[in-house]
Design a protein. Structure first.
Lengths: 288, 254
């Protein structure tokens, strides 16, 4: 009888504990929900200043440096897409240089870091710095100077773009388009001689008709621009000498300013407007 | 009464533990270093002192709770002293709660001592004391109470090494579980999101006891947050202790 009572008491004690477990579990879930509902002022990323440089952090990763690089990269993506942090770009270089030190061959962070810098922070210089870092650590990766050239070109800095496309061309495995972009950027910076040289090389080495056609169009553009510059200068000389515009381009040869009149790549004469003194190519280069 | 007697005995036992003093020694050094680190910084030195100081109290407190707590019950079972104890008119839950309160008392004294050193350093540096720093220390202590309960829970059925790993994992999960919220926001509504919500509700959120950043930066905190966080800590501790009691009740010592 006493044994049965003891067993019953033990059984009810267990039941009581189980009930307590369920009740407290329910309680903690509701309290967690209540706590989560209360807005909490935070300073996201306030701890960034405590992250040491990657060089030193590497020692603290105990051989898991690429894992830590992954984690910092994942965190960085979340952090830099939190638009409420106004000054989030302040440590952009610091964060991406940490990732670069921890895992130098991890190419995505350089590209994404540069994208964030150029599109979000509107800082082309910073984007180029991050991509330069990528190239310094991965000299065999053409993607870094290529991306840098692309960002510079989009920003209208053709001189910088040209410099990066030239670097891209030199790296084995770089796509053919790098050479064409280099030539196009050269044209934009008015280095017509170099641009002609490269476009001609593209034309002569093109493996397909499409590339050949593109090169041919650009060659036309470079030549016509160069010729029109020559004609513009000659017209100006004529005007200085005779205080009037020439009535035709032939006048420039007749008075000895030019030895002969240049013709476009198709052998056609340039179109001259005697009223304005302007010259025009007979064809639109990209429509040829 | 029985719980009190066991708690006092546990307290006496734990304050004799050399590891406690070793950790306290390192905590004191870390607190002192916060002053040194402040010299190296450019800008707000007080922020560095407060950040490093509060972090030291928290980290060394957790180490004390884990390293002592995980061995408390296991030692009794391993040395068979539990048989002598339970032969007396003591219930198993009383024994467990006694152990828990004994360690909590030790941790309270240690937190108090570390807190005092920290406050003296801040006072010497700034000439004034922010009462909210006491709140930060109080919530660190609440976190330690929960960690102690977890350490005792694992100590009921596992070896000290495994228990330490489990408790440390609990601590790390507790401080990283807030990241689940980001994952929830980026997951499409459906079963996956519901499962993540469920996981987020049940996993410990130790960030609820972390007011270090707000207090150091002087940010306002909703008083309800303190209240609900404290209640959350106490209920979570109760939940863990109930689990520990249930496991310990079913445990066979022979």
């Amino acid at each position: 009888m006493t044994k049965t009572a003891t067993l019953r008491r033990k059984g009810s004690a267990t039941l009581l504990i189980v009930v307590l477990i369920f009740l407290s579990c329910g309680g903690l879930v509701s309290l967690k929900t209540a706590v989560d509902r209360i807005p909490r002022k935070k300073i996201p990323g306030a701890s960034i200043i405590y992250i040491p440089s990657g060089k030193y952090l590497k020692y603290a990763t105990f051989g898991y440096s690429s894992l830590v690089a992954d984690l910092i990269y994942l965190w960085a993506i979340q952090y830099y897409t939190t638009y409420t942090i106004v000054d989030r770009f302040q440590n952009l270089e610091h964060i991406f240089s940490i990732i670069a030190e921890l895992d130098p061959r991890y190419t995505d962070p350089y590209e994404i870091g540069a994208l964030i810098a150029v599109n979000e922070a509107r800082d082309l210089g910073l984007a180029l710095k991050i991509l330069d870092m990528g190239l310094a650590k991965n000299p065999d990766q053409w993607i870094f100077p290529f991306e840098a050239g692309h960002h510079a070109q989009r920003a209208g800095d053709y001189e910088t773009a040209r410099k990066y496309y030239e670097k891209t061309m030199r790296i084995p495995g770089a796509p053919d388009i790098a050479k064409r972009l280099y030539a196009a950027a050269g044209f934009r910076t008015m280095d017509l001689e170099e641009s002609w040289k490269i476009w001609l090389e593209v034309y002569n080495t093109a493996q397909d008709e499409r590339t050949k056609k593109i090169a041919s169009k650009h060659l036309y553009q470079v030549k016509s621009t160069s010729d029109m510059n020559l004609l513009k200068g000659a017209v100006q000389q004529f005007r200085d000498r005779f205080q009037r515009l020439p009535s035709g381009l032939e006048d420039l040869v007749r008075v000895g300013i030019l030895a002969s009149l240049p013709r476009d790549l198709d052998g056609k004469d340039y179109v001259y407007n005697p009223k304005t003194g302007e010259t025009k190519a007979p064809s639109v280069w990209w429509k040829r | 009464m029985k719980i009190r007697a066991i708690a006092l005995n546990t307290f006496k036992e734990t304050i004799r533990d050399r590891i406690l003093y070793l950790l306290f020694f390192f905590a004191a050094i870390a607190l002192g270093i916060s002053r040194l680190l402040a010299v190296l910084t450019v800008g707000d030195r007080v922020k560095i002192i407060k950040d490093v100081g509060l972090a030291s109290i928290s980290i060394f407190g957790v180490l004390m709770a884990i390293l002592i707590g995980t061995g408390l019950v296991y030692k009794e079972i391993d040395k068979k002293t539990i048989n002598t104890l339970l032969a007396k008119p003591i219930q198993r839950w009383q024994f467990l709660l006694g152990k828990f309160f004994g360690l909590v008392l030790t941790l309270f004294i240690m937190t108090l001592a570390m807190g005092l050193i920290f406050l003296v350093i801040v006072l010497l540096h700034t000439g004034k004391l922010d009462s909210r720093m006491l709140l930060a220390i109080l919530f660190i202590f609440l976190e330690l109470v929960l960690i102690t309960a977890v350490a005792i829970l694992f100590s009921c059925f596992s070896t000290p090494i495994l228990s330490s790993i489990f408790t440390l994992s609990f601590y790390l999960i507790g401080h990283l579980s807030w990241g689940l919220e980001t994952l929830i926001q980026k997951t499409r509504p459906g079963t996956g999101r519901m499962a993540l919500r469920g996981l987020s509700a049940i996993l410990p959120d130790l960030e609820n006891f972390n007011f270090k950043t707000e207090i150091v930066q002087g940010l306002a905190i909703d008083p309800r947050f303190y209240l609900f966080s404290a209640l959350y800590g106490l209920v979570y501790t109760l939940f863990i202790l109930a689990l520990a009691v249930l496991i310990f009740k079913k445990r066979d010592f022979i």
